[in-house]
Design a protein around this ligand. Structure first.
Ligand code: NAG
Length: 225
């Protein structure tokens, strides 16, 4: 390989490495940057308020994560504590969720565009899985019992179901972003506003258009708050 082509390869590798370093929340450049809710400025994340005005309550929320939640049509409820709930999380690259599952309930296939997730089961049993990106689309799944821990890598489609028909389940998850985001696959594809053309979806899903129209007519309730 000549000098110029090895130089190009090096530049490409460096570009890839720096892109990967930017694929999660940027590191803080100070102890904290508590959100200034009154700032009219739009930045990546939120503007910091004066550190002199920062109080313990900026890092606190009486979230009652010990309390069971009502569940929705798919049988789950995700209670997310992100930067919208705790202003002190700004720039810190972390958030927390409690997930409640009704008997046979599920947290349907979804992705977090900005976070890896690590989850532990507090009560009951969960069947969990994720699918790797193209071209392999390998499905990795596992049954988790109370106390077990599982990881869902950033961006990958994943789900959890409670296979028990009699008992609810509860999990706690930590996510590597102050604002992980959630894309529920069925809701985003069949419940977008306005709808994606049924020509597009019929071809993509290899079904008749009336199957797509039936899916689009369903009520796509969100379970992430
Ligand atoms: C999820 O839990 C929250 C907090 O308890 C509640 O306000 C919300 O209504 C619940 N969602 C459903 C669909 O029950």
């Amino acid at each position: 390989m000549g000098f110029s082509s090895s130089f190009l390869v090096l530049v490409a590798l460096l570009a890839l490495a720096s892109w990967q370093a930017m694929a999660s929340d940027p590191s803080p450049l100070q102890d904290f940057c508590v959100v200034d809710k009154n700032s009219p400025v739009f930045v990546n994340g939120f503007v910091c308020k004066n550190p002199m005005d920062v109080k313990a309550d900026d890092f606190f929320k009486a979230a009652e994560l010990d309390k069971p939640r009502m569940t929705n049509k798919v049988g789950s409820n995700v209670t997310l504590i992100n930067v919208m709930q705790i202003a002190g999380l700004n720039t810190l690259g972390i958030s927390l969720a409690r997930i409640d599952y009704a008997p046979l309930g599920q947290n349907p296939p979804h992705t977090h565009p900005r976070a890896t997730e690590i989850l532990t089961v507090l009560e009951g049993t969960l069947y969990v899985g994720f699918v790797t990106s193209n071209p392999d689309n390998k499905f990795l799944s596992k049954v988790l019992n109370k106390g077990d821990v599982f990881v869902f890598p950033v961006g990958l489609i994943h789900f959890q179901i409670n296979p028990n028909p009699y008992k609810p389940a509860v999990a706690i998850a930590a996510l590597s972003s102050q604002n992980p985001g959630a894309i529920t696959i069925a809701n985003a594809v069949f419940g977008s506003k306005p709808p994606i053309s049924d020509d597009v979806l019929a071809k993509a899903f290899q079904v008749e258009k009336n199957t797509i129209e039936w899916l689009q007519a369903q009520f796509w309730e969100n379970n992430h708050y």
